[in-house]
Design a protein around this ligand. Sequence first.
Ligand code: PGA
Length: 249
Amino acid sequence: MKSLVVGNWKLYVGTIPEGKKLLRSIDKKFPRGSRALVAVCPPVPLAVALKKEYGGRRILFGTQDVSYDADGAHTGSISPVTLKASGIEYVILGHAEKRALGDTDEDVSKKAVAALNAKLHPIICVGERERDDEGSHFSYLAKNVSVSLSRVESAHASRLTVAYDPLWAIGESDPPAARVVSEGIIFIRKTLVELWGRDAAEKTRIIYGGSVNAESAKNLVDNSHVQGFLVGRASTDAESFVSIMKAFT
Ligand code: PGA
């Protein structure tokens, strides 16, 4: 399976001209021989407008959330069917910043199924809020993963990406040591095996998010089991985002 580098633009990019400038710059600097898929996830109106305008094939488009309702009386929601029909391919689900506003593991699981039914590729964020020396964050993580994926059938394992994106690591100056990232990824893989069995579990891509930057990306690729990155701040600086992609060349 190919690695995946995802740029979560959050609300860092506010207008279509700003988005176009950033996208053009990423496209221009795109590393030759990249082995990773690359997706950017701007706010929905930007994602749709940029996708429509972008003539290339190497940058894919995603958004940062979606409704679990495909249609009906749901004012203010955005259906996964609408996203797919607008050229969107990926959707980040259950990011810590959405969970802080009320998204539960159950909600994430329902959104994942709706996204899969619409033929989108969900990127499901999981991760403990804090760590402790006794390791009790692992029981939090186990429940977080198994409930967030509880409605997803193992037959869809290969269309899913799980992002180990612990709250305590987001917005810091550096990501955690590769050993800590690896530990989280191995634990998530083990939880997927318990959920679906080994064959299906091996088909799901597991990426890491939380303060990834150009300096740390290569080290994490070389020294952890990571299959890609979910990048926040550094994804809105073309130079930094491209340097992160270079870790997969
Ligand atoms: P950051 O964000 O790269 O700015 O730490 C990562 C995230 O929110 O997943």
